[in-house]
Design a protein around this ligand. Structure first.
Ligand SMILES: [Zn+2]
Length: 258
């Protein structure tokens, strides 16, 4: 969930959203959490119509709540392509239409002025010069991890729990040789292997193990627990560096090579 307060200033309080402008005016995004709103400020004042290609990992609130608050949704010149998983047999269009509508929000996504197209995600999707590959990972209700291949390769595996062999193997394959692996590390090992086992998130030990096995260059820990203060996130980063030295903790505005 989005958080606010002086104890969250260094890593930020928005929920998850990754952005790359892959061609002039064409924006690739992974997830549409509250961080998505930062993009509308970054592109404010542009006269050309903007295009957005959004890949959703899954539909939990923290990954979609930026969408109804995203001003290009209310501009008829905007084109918004959403690729999203068909989880638990639910059509992606219905999964979003059914929650972004009255009485939860005044403007239904199905009636939004922008040109919106919502489709089930494919194994490979080309977005300008970027190839996006996907694989289902381990999270209650399902989740998709994305591999973005450009000049560099970035893999986003958030809301993913390590420890189930077939999913671990799938992620190691998806992340093989990547320049950056962004991996869930919401819990401490004690939390994860105690009451929160099976809740769909990982700890830094699991994240660094995947990073080693996949042979990635750099690990970025993400999906910080909303109750974790900046100091506690820094302690997690320090602990993780003992296992995988080139580890960072994701923070708002962080830039990665693609
Ligand atoms: Zn989730």
């Amino acid at each position: 969930m989005a958080v606010s307060g002086p104890q969250y200033q260094r890593f930020g309080g928005n929920t998850t959203c990754y952005h790359a402008e892959v061609e002039p005016g064409h924006h690739l995004l992974v997830d549409a959490g509250t961080g998505l709103r930062g993009l509308q400020h970054a592109i404010a004042g542009r006269s050309e119509p903007q295009r957005f290609t959004i890949f959703l990992s899954h539909y939990h609130w923290d990954h979609i709540q930026g969408l109804p608050l995203f001003s290009p949704l209310y501009d008829a010149a905007s084109r918004i392509d959403i690729w999203a998983p068909a989880l638990e047999g639910r059509d992606p269009e219905r999964a979003l239409w059914d929650v972004i509508c009255r009485p939860w929000w005044p403007v239904a996504l199905a009636e939004a002025p922008a040109q919106v197209r919502i489709r089930p995600v494919q194994d490979h999707v080309e977005v300008g010069p970027i190839l996006v590959r996907s694989a289902e990972l381990h999270h209650p209700g399902g989740v998709i991890g994305y591999r973005l291949e450009g000049d560099h390769t970035v893999v986003v595996a958030t809301d993913q729990e390590t420890g189930v062999e077939r999913f671990d193997e799938r992620l190691v394959k998806l992340a093989h040789g990547a320049d950056v692996l962004v991996h869930d590390s919401q819990y401490t090992p004690g939390e994860h292997h105690g009451p929160r086992l099976g809740w769909g998130h990982s700890d830094w030990e699991g994240a660094s193990r995947i990073a080693h096995e996949a042979g990635v260059a750099r690990l970025v820990l993400t999906s910080h627990d909303p109750d974790r203060t900046d100091d506690e996130v820094e302690a997690i980063r320090t602990a993780a560096r003992a296992l995988f030295p080139l580890t960072d903790a994701a923070h708002e505005g962080m830039r990665l090579p693609l």
